[in-house]
Design a protein around this ligand. Structure first.
Ligand code: PRP
Length: 216
């Protein structure tokens, strides 16, 4: 008998695109489109049970087995390194992790570089790879303010269109890593629901290829 797959979807704009991909892949769920405050929705054939969670929490649900699979940004996976299987790059939510700073910023190697970020591990790893001494200033949002107010020299943050940087007189300086949404799976679930999860993954890969063919 086929088992239901519990899927943690990231709330928000990315989540809508992810849901669209899942629905096109054969896991349509009419109930999820009815305006309501419900958080859990099952497809009519009970193949999938969806639930919406905060994007940065998806990996926690999946790592602990509250969800069998989920969709998380590569940024979150790099920062928290959850013990999950990363099965597929969905090709959605493409952006990059970058170092940014004031336009025309020149790094002085004789001084400790002050780096403001929400992604402390990513920043630490990146500069360790360059043997550059840094001081991490961990912030939870509005990171762009830090160099403007002199709290930091540079920031490490997500850059999508670059508009936020531009509008604040900052510019991207270096790319740390490309970022996109990934399908992740709980390690135990993958053993017990192998067939169901492999089928889901295969169908999503097909849909991703179709989207790319259509140039979207
Ligand atoms: C991210 C990031 C930047 C912005 C970049 O914030 O922190 O502020 O997007 O996008 P852009 O290059 O297209 O301007 P997000 O909107 O994800 O919210 P957050 O502040 O909660 O991280």
């Amino acid at each position: 008998m086929k088992q239901t797959i519990d899927v943690a979807l990231p709330k928000g704009r990315l989540g809508e695109q992810v849901l669209d991909l899942f629905e096109k892949a054969g896991y349509a769920c009419p109930a999820i489109h009815e305006a309501s405050r419900r958080l859990v929705f099952e497809t009519p054939d009970a193949a999938v049970r969806y639930f919406w969670v905060k994007p940065s929490d998806v990996a926690i649900y999946v790592e602990r087995g509250a969800a069998d699979v989920g969709v998380a940004g590569k940024d979150i996976l790099m920062e928290y390194v959850p013990a999950v299987y990363e099965l597929l790059d969905l090709g959605l939510g493409r952006c990059r992790m970058a170092v940014a700073g004031p336009d025309g910023f020149r790094d002085d190697p004789d001084r400790t570089l002050r780096v403001a970020t929400k992604f402390s591990r990513i920043a630490r790893d990146y500069y360790a790879g360059q043997s550059r001494e840094i001081d991490i200033i961990h912030l939870n949002g509005s990171i762009e303010l830090a160099p403007i107010l002199g709290l930091s020299d540079v920031i490490v943050d997500i850059v999508e269109t670059g508009a936020t940087l531009r509008e604040n007189g900052l510019a991207p300086l270096e790319t740390v890593a490309p970022v996109s949404a990934r399908l992740i799976a709980n390690q135990t679930s993958f053993q017990f629901k192998t067939e169901e999860i492999r089928t889901l993954c295969g169908r999503l890969a097909q849909q991703r290829a179709l989207r790319e063919e259509n140039g979207k």
